[in-house]
Design a protein around this ligand. Structure first.
Ligand SMILES: Cc1ncc(COP(=O)(O)O)c(C=O)c1O
Ligand SMILES: N[C@@H](CCOP(=O)(O)O)C(=O)O
Length: 471
């Protein structure tokens, strides 16, 4: 199956080519040309299967034979063997019809590990088959960076450069990026916001001479394979609550719109999802957009859920493409308007299509802290601030529809955000044993201005890949 760009002008690519490309050459994001479907019987058959078995079926359907089946199965099994919970992504009940899907049992304690541990293996596999190398550039508001560095550290065929906003990630998040002693990974602190970092990454991809010279690739959720891997846990969670016979809703703490988009993809593939509830922090551009139809940028404020301090929600472009009948020209026009004036308007019909499947709600800093405190007191369950935003969104959804179970995506371990969690609950969350000495490890980081040419020079000087060929 081929993958097409949301902006309609780049050449369609097979799964493994889209995996290495990251962003399409027209600036768009890749999506499969058609959604593979699973029957209700097949979905019911997932009950009792391991996470890796379900992943093999779902990712196999999305990769559509482009990654050889036996190799894919082995990579999936290896990717999840190191998770600290045998279920990989277990489900915990914290209230009436209220569940947390714990996505933080991977090495860096965030949901990013679920996709990234597989992505590292997939990329290494494809690059090895082709005898190529790649230079990965990524932007992080805190979690993607650590997960990517862990998954790619030491890989011979890859150099990795991760841009994060200086002073705007938690100490644990920063140290997970800066204390890894591997010559192929580089943490770059940028004087700017996450949106600046993400804009720099996209600008490097759109600088085609640089892109080709360095063999650029990306591991942010602009990379279609990231979303594909995230689809799996929607199936495992819903099936364990009775799907496909029973509908389930999901509440998703949202920033770049990748995780909740994966839920929308699961629904397209046949999973009976009732509602997809977006929870935003006070950087509430998505909530405002669903209310008014106007996607309008404002300044980003720093919150206790820093990974969601985002205004340019990259994957929303994929949804825009779908609700506009896959019309790349319209998406190009909307994205141009965003770049030129910081806003665009969604017409009534596509907006109605979005509202038919998604709800959105903004959760303030005070409400986030109150949710952490309440859930700890009532359920004895410690939430991180991001997951707390999901729980607050779920509680609002349950008031409207108490009969449908809601699964909140628990996107990070509370110990990644100890200051906010302790302030809200009085409990100091502790890091798992493998990270116990994180705060004592030596840091290695380069501070650079928000300037594309200086960042490109740094990457050129430090990357071992030239023109995508093996050095
Ligand atoms: C802990 C955490 N929760 C939620 C999100 C938001 O996810 P997405 O950007 O896929 O919407 C992020 C960042 O991506 C995150 O790191
Ligand atoms: N919240 C993310 C931001 C980048 O998101 P991605 O899913 O597009 O990689 C982070 O923690 O870095």
């Amino acid at each position: 199956m081929l993958h097409v760009s949301t902006r309609g002008e780049a050449s369609p690519l097979a799964f493994s080519d889209a995996l290495l490309a990251g962003l399409a050459r027209d600036g768009g994001l890749y999506v499969p040309k058609a959604w593979p479907g699973l029957t209700a019987d097949e979905i019911a058959g997932f009950a009792g299967q391991s996470y890796a078995e379900v992943a093999e079926r779902i990712i196999g359907a999305l990769a559509d034979g482009d990654i050889e089946g036996k190799a894919l199965g082995e990579m999936i099994r290896e990717a999840y063997a190191g998770f600290r919970h045998p279920a990989v992504c277990p489900l915990t009940q914290i209230g009436d019809n209220l569940f947390v899907l714990e996505l933080f049992h991977g090495p860096t304690l965030a949901f990013k590990d679920v996709a990234m541990q597989l992505l590292g293996r997939l990329m290494n596999h494809v690059l090895t088959l082709r005898g190529e190398r790649a230079t990965i550039v990524g932007a992080t508001s805190g979690d993607t960076g650590g997960a990517a560095i862990d998954a790619f550290k030491g890989l011979e065929r890859v150099d990795m450069f991760i841009l994060y906003p200086q002073g705007r990630v938690s100490d644990v998040q920063r140290r997970q990026m800066t204390t890894v002693d591997a010559p192929n990974v580089h943490a770059i602190a940028v004087e700017g916001t996450f949106d600046d970092c993400q804009n720099l990454v996209k600008a490097m991809f759109n600088h085609h001479a640089f892109r080709d010279e360095l063999g650029l690739s990306g591991v942010n959720s602009i990379n279609w394979a990231r979303i594909a891997a995230q689809v799996v846990y929607y199936f495992t969670a819903a099936v364990s609550l009775g799907a496909p016979a029973r509908k389930v809703s999901f509440a998703v703490p949202t920033g770049n719109f990748g995780d909740v988009l994966a839920g929308w993809v699961a629904k397209r593939m046949g999973l009976p999802i009732e509602r997809l509830m977006i929870g935003t922090n006070s950087n509430d551009i998505l909530t405002r957009t669903l209310q008014s139809g106007a996607y309008e940028m404002r300044g980003v404020s720093a919150t206790t859920s820093p990974s969601m301090d985002i205004q340019i929600s990259s994957n929303f472009e994929r949804l825009l493409f779908e609700v506009h009948g896959r019309d790349g020209a319209t998406v190009r026009r909307l994205m141009q308007s965003l770049q030129q004036s910081g806003r665009f308007e969604i017409a009534p019909e596509p907006l109605a299509r979005i509202r038919a499947e998604f709800d959105a709600t903004a959760v303030s800093e005070a409400e986030t802290a109150a949710e952490i405190g309440q859930t700890w007191r009532e359920a004895g369950y410690l939430l991180d601030p991001h997951s707390a935003i999901g729980v607050a969104a779920a509680r609002r959804g349950l008031k409207l529809d108490p009969a449908t179970p809601v699964v909140v995506l628990g996107t990070a371990h509370p110990a990644k955000f100890p200051v906010a969690v302790e302030a809200a609950s009085g409990v100091v969350p502790t890091l798992p044993a493998h990270l116990a000495d994180l705060m004592e490890r030596e840091e290695r980081v380069t501070l650079l201005p928000n300037d594309q040419s200086q960042i490109e020079s740094f990457i050129r000087q430090n990357a071992r890949t030239v023109r995508g060929a093996a050095a």
